[in-house]
Design a protein around this ligand. Structure first.
Ligand SMILES: [Zn+2]
Ligand SMILES: [Zn+2]
Length: 231
């Protein structure tokens, strides 16, 4: 109801074609988002079925797999950039709805819980929201899966943009702690972030979850991966 009332007074327009619709209209979504036919192993980059890592790659990662919706093309980059820097909350709601519908169509999880990469206090204060949390909540709504904040930042990390894979991993090491330790009843944790770049952040979050819950499967879910990029 809240959304309906807001949409009457503040109509939104497609960021691509400017038509009155959600931030990405259906037509632009299917025309430009470049959804790959198969998922790719987040460790080696080769194609893999169902978004899971290859057996031979699994010892190099804390994630049991990565699911992404789109290739990180110029359009996706601009949309996410707009949402983050123009502080447009609704963009991540719409991306979450698209991602939720995609996951619902192709995946089933055993006893799932959704969580998200936390943002530092300062950055959340500046933006007014955590984009990964907004994205995660909309995915949870579509999948009817609970969304729980179970990670917090223990310290601020430097901006990751433009740094190497090794530098990112060192920068983020030990930066997360579990806050809600009551997740024993779940068998799968879907760890949500907006974009997969080197994977350092998702890996570190998954490492922290697995430290306490080694038997829970942890899948990363991001809107896009820059491993598949045409920019
Ligand atoms: Zn459009
Ligand atoms: Zn692999």
């Amino acid at each position: 109801m809240k959304k309906l009332i807001l949409s009457i007074f503040f109509p939104t327009f497609c960021l691509v074609c400017n038509k009155k619709s959600s931030y990405i209209c259906n037509k632009c979504f299917y025309s430009y988002l470049n959804i790959p036919y198969e998922q790719h192993c987040h460790v080696c980059g080769r194609a893999v079925r169902h978004g899971f890592v290859h057996k031979e790659c699994s010892s190099k990662t804390n994630l049991d797999g990565l699911i992404f919706i789109s290739v990180y093309n110029k359009l996706v980059k601009d949309i996410i950039h707009h949402g983050k820097y123009e502080k447009n909350y609704g963009v991540f709601e719409d991306l979450g709805t698209i991602a939720g519908q995609f996951v619902k169509k192709y995946y089933t999880f055993s006893m799932p819980l959704i969580t998200f990469v936390p943002l530092s206090f300062e950055r959340k204060l500046w933006r007014g929201f955590n984009q990964s949390e907004v994205f995660a909540k909309n995915i949870g709504n579509i999948l009817n899966v609970p969304v729980i904040k179970n990670l917090k930042r223990t310290r601020n990390t430097k901006s990751q943009a433009g740094t190497s894979k090794k530098a990112r991993a060192e920068n983020i090491r030990g930066a997360f702690r579990l806050v809600d330790n009551n997740v024993d009843k779940y068998k799968t944790i879907i760890l949500v972030d907006d974009v997969f770049t080197t994977g350092a952040t998702l890996e570190e979050c998954a490492r922290e979850i697995k430290r306490k819950y080694p038997n829970i499967k942890v899948f990363g879910l991001t809107f896009a991966t820059s491993r598949l990029s045409d920019i």
